[in-house]
Design a protein around this ligand. Sequence first.
Ligand code: GLP
Length: 259
Amino acid sequence: MEVIIKDSAAELATVAADIVQRLVHRKADAVLGVATGSSPVGLYDELGRRVAAGTLSLAGCQAFMLDEYVGLAADHPQRYRNVIETELVARTDIRSERVHGPDGLASDIPAACAAYEQAIRDAGGVDLQVLGIGTDGHIAFNEPTSSLGSRTRIKTLARQTRIDNARFFDDEAQVPTHCLTQGVGTILEARRIVLLAEGEQKAEAIRQLVEGPVSAMWTATALQWHPYVTVIVDQAAASRLALHDYYLDVYAQRPGWQE
Ligand SMILES: N[C@@H]1[C@@H](O)[C@H](O)[C@@H](COP(=O)(O)O)O[C@@H]1O
């Protein structure tokens, strides 16, 4: 697992955008996995700037979202599909019809989840998955004790997640109780993974992810099994890493040929 520690949100976004840009220059029809939440917003902003500057185009790409709330009305601003329209589609030239997400309004939820898994397979799988991390160490909405082999399914949100996400709603009671989420097993099939985290409130989750034992109590730790994960964090999120200085050394001595 590669750990990149940077001082500012702008630097995090630049490093992540460079990874996306290198991929898309190599593969114009790349399949991107996109996360919602605040962590990737700086990256989406930076991608938007590069598209506006003409140095990058996502027009040939497809994207698959990680998760979706169950039951939020189609026009609800916090429906993840609408969030991704605002945060990514509106800022870049990726085409809305090429961005896919699990259907949180489906009447047959197991069928919708199976169809979503099939759609990812039909697209050839995800080339680059962008992830955030919950304060309880969840990736997508794989709450503590989720199976590390799980596939897209319905989950009950943890109380902590509903408290964390209440800032996007009028109050906690408005946060849906359920979601559809790609499973840990689904996420692990992405060919490359970039995880972004900022702030002291993520420090314990990042410590567990990078240095903790693999455990369903911190589902992000399953990423230790993945061959190509880059964790990009600020100093606050990195503050509990025992091997902090080693990660700085590795990055400083990163071979020029490394992607
Ligand atoms: N389902 C999303 C996750 O995909 C995201 O990683 C997490 C962290 O959000 P933030 O980046 O806002 O801290 O929030 C939600 O729970």
